[in-house]
Structures are given as C-alpha cells and as structure tokens.
Design a protein around this ligand. Structure first.
Ligand SMILES: Nc1ncnc2c1ncn2[C@@H]1O[C@H](COP(=O)(O)OP(=O)(O)O)[C@@H](O)[C@H]1O
Ligand SMILES: [Mg+2]
Length: 331
C-alpha cells in the first residue's frame, strides 16, 4: 500500500482472470488507486485522470496506462523500477537524470494540444501567459485561501500570512512574454519519478493542465529541492532541449518570467503547507509534534516571505503558540 497526498495505491499482482479482464499481461503488477478525501489545494481541470492518461500514453509510451476507470477508484499499470525519492527529499540528482527530465518536458510539450480533453470555459487563450498566471492566482485565492479562512484564518494571521497575501503577489509579479500553451504535468518531483535502467517514467497525471511550460519547469525546480548549482543547470538543459526540438518559442522570456513562476510556487504552497502541518498534529499532540509542525510552517513562511511581501514574520515560539491555539480550538 502506497499513500501519497491525494490517493491510496494498492499494488497487487494480477491473476489470470483479472489480467484477462483488464487486458493486462497475467501475473504482472497493477495499481488500484483510490482518491483520498483531502483538502483541495491544487487545480484539477480534468477530474478523470484516465482521460488525460489516454492521450499521454499514446505519446509517452513509458507512462503506465489506466486499465480501468471505476469512478470511485481506478486500475493502473505498475511500472517496475526505482522511485527517485519521497516528495521533499533532497540530495544531488546528477546530470544524466536531469537530461532525462529535460527530455521528458520536451516530450510532454510535444503532445498535440488538439488531442487533450476540453478546458474549463474560463481558460485563458493560447499564449496569454499573464492570463494563465492570473487564473492560478485566482484559484489559490478563491479555492484554497478563502474557503479555508474559517478554519485556518487565525492560524494564517498568527504565522504572518495576511488576508491580502495573494493580492500582494499579483501587485508585484507579472509575466512579460507570450509563450504557446502546452500540456503540463505540474507535479514532477522525486516521488513521481520511476527510473529503470536509462529510462524515466513520470507517474501521477491527475494534476495535468494546459498552460505555460515555464510553470511546469518552476514547480519541478522547487519540488525536486535541487541545490543551487543543479537548479541552474536544469534550467539550461531544459532550454537547450526545447530549442533542439524546435520549441524555441517556449523559451521566450525564460530568464525574466521563470522567477515569477518560482515565486508563485512558494506563494501558493504556504497555504497547503501550513494547513497540512496543522492537520497532521495528532489529537494528543505533545511538544515534539508541535516542534515538527512549527518547522514545516516556518519553512513555508520563510519561502513565501519575498513573494507575498510578508512583513510580520513570527519567531519560532510564536509559531508554536499559534499551532497550540489552533489545535485547542479549531481542531
Ligand atoms: N508504478 C509505480 N512504480 C513504483 N512506485 C510507484 C508506482 N506507482 C506509485 N508508486 C509509489 O507510490 C507513491 C504514490 O503514488 P502516486 O501515483 O504518485 O499517487 P499520489 O497521487 O497519491 O501521489 C509514489 O510516490 C511512489 O512512491
Ligand atoms: Mg504522487
């Protein structure tokens, strides 16, 4: 059983009959994926992962397909291999793997947009990168921050994240250059990367969207927790690979606009990070639990400080007190 943030995954070997039913090779492994009831923190524009996977698997043959979509849960192929790490793990990634990621982004950008499922009606028009960023900011504000103010507002305030946090972000950061929209995975981190030999398969496509490829690169850079040197190298490899594939227009304004999406990633993640730290506190939380949670909150707030222009950043004791207060009332 493998548990991520959004699903519980049961890995099993298919017997003869089940394999026949699924159209899979007998006795190979498959994954039964059941969504968890989690707080909504990231956009899902295509609620059925199977729909996206249908398109993705035609073009990225290494991605495990959805074998059956049962509504409540779904059955996926299981790719044998080594998962690069758990989410948030650090350590050097190395040139070879970074080249594989660069090539993965090129292949994802090559998926024909016309084959993708329809977008929501308010989706920004192709190339409108600022409209795309506005959509993401609106989502964070209207679907993540606002609805959780009732339950977490006092905690947000106490750890220095004010009501107008996202407005402060918008006032400061803008995309300056147009780039064509492509399929994006948006969650390319170590726990979603399965390596076998010289091949990399990226799993977990439920958060895929259509948009500015720099957003995919930015979430990748932040969530992989690259060191400074590797981060710079990854940007160069990405740009070279895109240019070599004839996608030079996807790299337009790279050095000016990439920091905008990196800032957005730090800004938006302060909400899930603070909420998860609080929600993970057990009912009988003790000092060490509050310390661990405070570490997570402090890190998130530190990273969002610049993008959200946070001025009243509390010290450690204040964060612990805020978590204790939340725990004794809101929980
Ligand atoms: N095909 C696979 N091969 C190896 N490990 C896998 C595979 N599928 C899932 N896992 C492991 O299970 C974890 C959760 O699966 P994932 O599909 O990413 O679900 P979630 O949506 O919950 O993140 C992954 O991070 C990985 O460690
Ligand atoms: Mg995952």
């Amino acid at each position: 059983m493998l548990t991520g943030h959004h699903n519980i995954n049961y890995v099993r070997r298919a017997g003869l009959l089940l394999a026949l039913l699924l159209g899979a090779v007998p006795f190979t492994r498959f994954k039964y994926r059941v969504p968890l009831q989690a707080v909504e923190v990231v956009p899902r524009i295509w609620p059925r992962e199977a729909e996206v996977l249908g398109v993705v698997c035609r073009h990225l043959r290494e991605v495990p397909p959805c074998l059956a979509d049962l509504g409540g849960g779904s059955v996926h192929g299981y790719r044998a291999g080594r998962v690069l790490g758990h989410s948030g793990s650090a350590g050097r990634v190395g040139e070879d793997l970074m080249c594989l990621f660069a090539s993965f982004f090129v292949r994802t950008a090559s998926v024909p947009v016309a084959e993708l499922p329809p977008r929501p009606e308010d989706w920004p028009p192709d190339g409108d990168t600022q409209g795309f960023l506005d959509w993401l900011v609106r989502f964070t504000e209207q679907r993540v921050h606002r609805p959780n103010r009732d339950r977490f507002g006092a905690l947000f305030d106490a750890v220095g994240v004010p009501e107008d946090a996202m407005a402060r972000f918008s006032a400061r950061y803008r995309c300056r250059t147009a780039r064509p929209f492509r399929l994006l995975h948006t969650d390319v981190h170590r726990a979603n990367a399965v390596v076998r030999g010289k091949r990399l398969a990226v799993i977990d496509w439920e958060l895929a969207i259509l948009g500015d490829p720099l957003h995919d690169l930015a979430t990748h850079l932040v969530r992989m927790a690259y060191g400074k040197e590797e981060q710079g190298r990854m940007v160069d490899l990405w740009a070279e690979a895109m240019a070599d594939a004839g996608f030079i227009d996807l790299t337009a304004g790279l050095h000016e606009d990439l920091p905008v999406y990196v800032a957005f990633e730090y800004a938006q993640s302060v909400f899930p990070d603070v909420m998860r730290a609080a929600l993970d506190l057990p009912e009988d939380a003790r000092t060490e639990h509050f310390r661990t949670a405070a570490d997570q909150v402090e890190r998130a707030v530190r990273r969002a400080r610049e993008p959200l222009r946070l001025v009243d950043v509390p010290d450690r004791e204040q964060v612990v007190d805020a978590l204790r207060a939340w725990h004794s009332t809101a929980r």
